[in-house]
Design a protein around this ligand. Structure first.
Ligand SMILES: *Cc1c(COP(=O)(O)O)cnc(C)c1O
Length: 473
């Protein structure tokens, strides 16, 4: 049995280890479509059984890989599989996994331009491409983050910087449907809890722009300092896209920073229908985008794109005597000046490699397919008796509930019924759906976003929904 006792892997050792891991990876991927969509039973027992002391010496490769693939992995949401329609799915493009292997093996430093100008340029290209996709003007820039939450935080810090020391009076406007990371970002950025205003939404779960305008006027009259509007371009609850044009008008008229949380929805700007739904997106001051959702990348890949990179730099740059000089040339960027991070992984390669190897057209086609699949699910569900569509797809997400005639008017009983329905669907383990609460009602959601989800799986899920309804009646 192969095992290692030296830190330096020689070439044969590296090839052998990668080959052994690759056997496991390929075996895992081969079975992906047959694996259950979600396994949670036995999680606590498993986690306790996997506690272990600090290893004092080497363990055999086969045994270590078996721990990962045979013991730890099976109890999980199958987030890489085609049946994962829960929360906001991602995917995990394998080209990106190879990019990570390369990036970690060459282990160059990309936080500072001078440390690897060519590799930093590859990541800068990715940033430029993302800005183009979103319709931001020339000169836009940004930074790759670990995810949308961190992007929302940096955007909030950038908006706050414009208020200087007076930010404690600052106010932020979003909707009751905004992602919870928006309020958390404000808290982490030092805004008092009461600074975040959650405006009401319309019947399509889009923020009421007039309500925000009224709140701004009220706050100004009370001596506060309106600072930022956070629009949603694809809410997590229902996929609602706010009226970005109207919000851009309002932000411009009021001199406020417009941030668009497009973590889920932004990548649909690659498609014609997406661009239509996201009209006005390019007028934002900053945009959160999660390539680990809409570009199917592995977890850990978010982005913050900004109209004016200098604003990000003013909020984040910091000096130290032990660092090399930062770039003055506007063509070049030191990523450490645009974010709270100094050392970090070379996450740009994770985007650059798949985009170069495959080309953007395949991503566009996959996203168009997700829009079609959500429409198809909507049409089928709409035809089921007693099924109430709570939110039709604006992108690739829809929400619904089942209201049996015998329960009509008894909201708590309808909620309990839908909780049982969700369990009965998921028990079939071909798809995994999750729920949310809208206006106090428990609703089920379908979010289609994995590149591995195709028509056959959606049809299987729709059949399971119908069968689960029949089972409960
Ligand atoms: C996923 C999501 C976030 C948070 O992003 P993470 O990558 O999970 O940190 C923020 N906003 C929206 C709309 C999201 O869908």
């Amino acid at each position: 049995m192969t095992q290692f006792s030296q830190l330096e892997l020689d070439e044969a050792g590296l090839r052998g280890l990668v080959a052994a891991a690759m056997d496991r990876i390929c075996g895992q991927l081969r079975g992906l479509a047959e694996q259950p969509a979600c396994v949670t039973e036995g999680g606590a027992e498993l986690a306790r059984a996997l506690r272990e002391p600090l290893p004092q010496g080497p363990s055999p490769v086969a045994e270590v890989l078996a721990t990962i693939f045979e013991r730890a992995l099976p109890v999980s949401f199958n987030t890489a599989g085609p049946g994962y329609l829960a929360y906001i799915p991602g995917g995990g493009l394998l080209h990106a996994a190879v990019a990570d292997l390369i990036a970690d093996s060459i282990n160059r430093y990309v936080g500072i331009w001078r440390a690897a100008p060519g590799l930093v340029q590859l990541e800068s290209n990715v940033i430029t491409w993302l800005c183009e996709i979103l319709g931001l003007p020339p000169g836009a820039g940004g930074v790759l983050t670990s995810g949308g939450s961190l992007a929302n935080l940096s955007a909030t810090v950038a908006a706050r910087a414009r208020l200087g020391e007076q930010f404690l009076d600052g106010t932020i406007y979003s909707s009751s449907q905004a992602h919870h990371s928006v309020a958390r970002a404000a808290r982490l950025a030092g805004f008092p809890a009461a600074s975040v205003r959650a405006a009401p939404v319309d019947e399509l779960f889009r923020v009421r722009v007039a309500a925000i305008a009224a709140m701004i006027a009220e706050d100004r009259a009370a001596g506060r300092r309106p600072c930022m509007i956070v629009a949603s371009a694809g809410t997590t609850n229902t996929g609602a896209v706010d009226d970005l044009e109207a919000l851009a008008e309002l932000a411009e008229a009021e001199g406020l920073w417009l941030h668009v949380d497009a973590a889920y929805g932004g990548c649909f700007a690659l498609t014609e229908r997406g661009r239509l739904a996201l009209r006005g997106l390019g007028r934002a001051d900053s945009i959160t985008l999660d390539p680990h959702k809409g570009l199917f990348l592995p977890y850990g890949t978010g982005a913050l794109l900004v109209k004016d990179p200098a604003a990000l730099r003013r909020a984040h740059a910091a000096q130290a005597e032990y660092l090399p000089p930062m770039q003055e040339d506007p063509d070049f960027v030191d990523f450490c000046e645009l974010s709270p991070e100094l050392s970090r992984d070379f996450r740009g390669l994770r985007l650059w490699l798949p985009l170069k190897l495959v080309g953007v057209a395949a991503f566009t086609a996959a996203l168009d397919e997700k829009l079609d699949l959500a429409q198809h699910a909507h049409e089928v569900l709409r035809g089921l008796p007693e099924l109430e569509i709570v939110a039709a797809p604006q992108l690739s997400l829809l929400a619904f509930r089942h209201v049996p005639g015998r329960l009509r008017g008894d909201e708590p009983a309808i909620d309990r019924h839908n909780q049982r329905l969700l369990a009965a669907i998921n028990r079939r383990n071909r798809v995994y759906l999750t729920s949310t609460v809208l206006d106090g009602r428990f609703v089920l959601r379908i979010c289609v976003l994995s590149f591995r989800t195709h028509r056959d799986r959606i049809d299987a899920g729709l059949a399971d929904i119908a069968a689960a309804i029949a089972e409960l009646s």
